[in-house]
Design a protein around this ligand. Structure first.
Ligand code: TRP
Length: 328
C-alpha cells in the first residue's frame, strides 16, 4: 500500500475554485486503495505577516470546509501540521542537506522575495518544510497543481541527498511524484483573473443560495452578448465554464446551444447554473451545519488525525536519528 499526502494553506473557508481544483479530487482519492494524509499547513502560514487571532479563525474554517466538502476521518488522516511536531523537526534535518542555491532558484521564492525589502528566512526554507511534510509519511504521490511541481522536484532532490549520505545501500526515503490534478482553472467572477480570495472574486463553498445569486447575477459573460438577441460563444464565457464544473452533461449541452442560438439571455443561463450549484452545494452546506452544531467536533477529529500521524512521524524520526548518529 502506498501513501498519498497533500497540504493546503489555512486560508479560511474554501472557495469553489479550491474545491473544484483540489479538494474534490482529495475526496475521490480517499476512496481509493492508498492511505491518504491531508494536512492544513499552519506552520507554512507563518512566513508572511499575519494576526494570530486571524490565523486561529482561518485554520478552523479550513478544517470545517474540508470536512464539509466530504473528507471523511474514517477514510483519511486529516490534521493540523502544528499538531505533529515532527514536521518542524524533520525540516531542520533537511535544512542540513539542502544547498542554499537550490532554494534560491525556486520560482516561488524569487517571486515573493522580489516584492519585499527584507525577506524572512522562512520564505526561503518553505520548500524544505514541504519536503518534510511529505517524506515524514514516506508518501509517494502528492496531488498538487502545476505551481507546486518545482517544490516536488526539490523534495525528490532532498530525499536523494539524504539517502545518499545516510542510507546509501537501501534508500530510506522514496522520491515523491506529483499527481497533477486535472484542474479546471476557474476564472474569477470578474472574468479578469484566476479565482482567488485575495482578489475578492470568489464564491465561498458555504455561501447561501441568496449570496451566490448576488454574485452570479452581475458576473461577467461573453462580452459579445450586448443584447439578449446577440448570439454568444460559450467557450469564452465564464458562466459556461461554471456550467462545465457544476451542471450535468445534458444541461451543459442545452446551455451551450441556447447561448449560441441566443435562445437564452445570460440571466436565464445563470438561473440554470444556480440550480446546478445548489445540487452540489446543498449536501456540503448541510454537513457544515451539522459540524457547526457540535462545538468540539473539529478539534476532536483533527486531534485524532494528528495522533495517527504522530505515530508514523515518530517512527520516521527514530529511524532518521538512528542513521544520523543521534542515538546512543
Ligand atoms: N505549498 C503548498 C501550496 O501552497 C501547500 C503544501 C505544504 C503542500 N506542504 C505540502 C502541498 C505538501 C503538497 C504537499 O499549495
Amino acid at each position: 500500500m502506498s501513501r498519498i499526502f497533500s497540504g493546503i494553506q489555512p486560508s479560511g473557508e474554501l472557495h469553489i475554485g479550491n474545491y473544484l481544483g483540489a479538494v474534490q479530487n482529495w475526496v475521490r482519492l480517499q476512496e481509493g486503495r492508498d492511505a491518504t494524509f491531508f494536512c492544513v499547513v499552519d506552520l507554512h502560514a507563518l512566513t508572511g505577516n499575519y494576526e494570530p487571532s486571524d490565523l486561529r479563525r482561518r485554520r478552523h474554517e479550513m478544517a470545517v470546509s474540508l470536512l464539509a466538502a466530504g473528507l471523511d476521518p474514517e477514510r483519511c488522516t486529516l490534521f493540523f501540521q502544528s499538531g505533529v511536531p515532527q514536521h518542524a523537526e524533520l525540516a531542520w534535518i533537511f535544512n542540513t542537506v539542502t544547498p542554499l542555491g537550490e532554494l534560491e532558484r525556486q520560482t516561488q521564492y524569487k517571486d515573493k522575495s522580489a516584492r519585499q525589502e527584507s525577506v524572512l528566512t522562512g520564505v526561503l526554507t518553505y520548500p524544505v518544510l514541504q519536503a518534510a511534510d511529505i517524506l515524514l509519511y514516506h508518501a509517494t504521490r502528492v496531488p498538487v497543481g502545476e505551481d507546486q511541481v518545482q517544490h516536488l522536484e526539490l523534495s525528490r532532490e532532498i530525499a536523494r541527498r539524504w539517502n545518499h549520505r545516510f542510507a546509501a545501500e537501501t534508500p530510506y526515503f522514496p522520491e515523491p511524484q506529483p499527481l497533477l490534478t486535472p484542474v479546471r482553472r476557474l476564472m474569477g467572477l470578474d472574468g479578469q483573473a484566476k479565482m482567488s480570495k485575495s482578489l475578492g472574486n470568489t464564491i465561498g463553498l458555504l455561501e447561501t443560495r441568496e449570496q451566490i445569486w448576488e454574485k452570479l447575477r452581475p458576473a461577467m459573460t461573453d462580452p459579445a452578448r450586448i443584447r439578449r438577441t446577440d448570439p454568444g460563444n460559450p467557450d469564452v464565457c465564464n458562466i459556461y465554464s461554471l456550467h462545465k464544473a457544476f451542471s450535468d452533461e445534458p444541461t451543459q449541452a442545452i446551455a451551450a446551444a441556447n447561448c449560441r442560438g441566443a435562445a437564452w439571455g445570460c440571466i436565464d443561463c445563470k438561473k440554470v447554473l444556480a440550480e446546478s450549484m445548489e445540487t452540489v452545494l446543498v449536501p456540503i452546506r448541510r454537513r457544515a451545519a451539522d459540524i457547526g452544531a457540535r462545538p468540539s467536533y473539529v478539534t476532536d477529529v483533527l486531534e485524532e488525525g494528528a495522533k495517527r500521524a504522530r505515530t508514523i512521524a515518530q517512527d520516521t524520526m527514530r529511524q532518521v536519528y538512528e542513521r544520523m548518529g543521534l542515538t546512543d
